[in-house]
Design a protein around this ligand. Structure first.
Ligand code: GRF
Length: 240
């Protein structure tokens, strides 16, 4: 049976139809006592990342320009020395590192969830986050976790997607913004942008061409999710 779940833009208030995706646990609201409230009309987002942080910067700049009605409430890294943390700090984004070393996945994720809730974030954007989220984490923020992947899913999920696409010999690649489910790069697609793969490309030149499109796609997808009514029709993200 096809399940549909509807959403409305913030400002008009999210419309959460009561039906849940099969397998999704009931979620508590992340706006709990103690959580900071959003500026009116602005969604609060937590960005989870591990590395360079260029997508975090692209999102932050799009928010600052008013193109995405959101504020980045918190940037979380699982590496204390992640280079992009400094770039986030420079933009006034609260940053925190929650090291995973020595912790079980449950313990680490409990810390990440606590930080997201304390920041009052209702959306979670993954941007180069190198850890698979557990089904329990995904169910905690149903259809509120978004990821960007540097290939046209469902082709080339997982690591080194640009190199996979280059080695396969495809003539077109790109990036995909998708909702996160409990699988690896397997959630419903929100937006894709394409790039040509040129004969003289290397994995690195292809990755650079895709990254330019990522910096356009991620803010655009987020803007769509936040400003337009949408619903899941099976695994299709449908904008009304
Ligand atoms: C991007 O290519 C993104 O698609 C992938 O990880 C990379 C992160 O890059 N998931 P950055 O840290 O945002 O620069």
């Amino acid at each position: 049976m096809r399940e549909e779940t509807g959403h409305r833009a913030p400002g008009t208030g999210h419309r959460e139809e009561t039906r849940q995706e099969p397998g999704c646990a009931e979620s508590k609201s992340s706006t709990e006592p103690g959580a900071r409230s959003s500026e009116p009309g602005l969604a609060r987002i937590a960005v989870l990342r591990s590395g360079r942080g260029s997508n975090l910067v692209a999102l932050a700049e799009a928010c600052a320009r008013g193109e995405v009605p959101a504020e980045i409430a918190l940037a979380i890294s699982n590496h204390p020395a992640a280079p992009g943390l400094e770039r986030a700090r420079e933009r006034g984004i609260p940053v925190t590192a929650i090291a995973a070393k020595g912790l079980t996945r449950e313990e680490h994720e409990a810390g990440v969830v606590a930080a997201i809730v304390a920041a009052g974030a209702e959306w979670v954007c993954l941007a180069g986050y190198m850890r698979l989220l557990s089904p329990a984490f995904v169910a905690r923020f149903p259809q509120r976790i978004v990821n960007i992947h540097p290939a046209l899913l469902p082709s080339f999920p997982g690591l080194e997607a640009q190199r996979q696409a280059w080695a396969y010999g495809v003539k077109l690649s790109g990036c995909t913004v998708h909702l996160v489910d409990a699988g690896c790069d397997s959630g419903p697609v929100v937006l894709q942008r394409t790039v040509p793969v040129l004969d003289d490309d290397t994995p690195e030149t292809l990755a650079a061409r895709i990254l330019e499109q990522e910096h356009i796609a991620y803010p655009a997808a987020l803007r769509m999710l936040l400003t337009r009514a949408w619903r899941l029709d099976g695994r299709r993200v449908v904008f009304d």
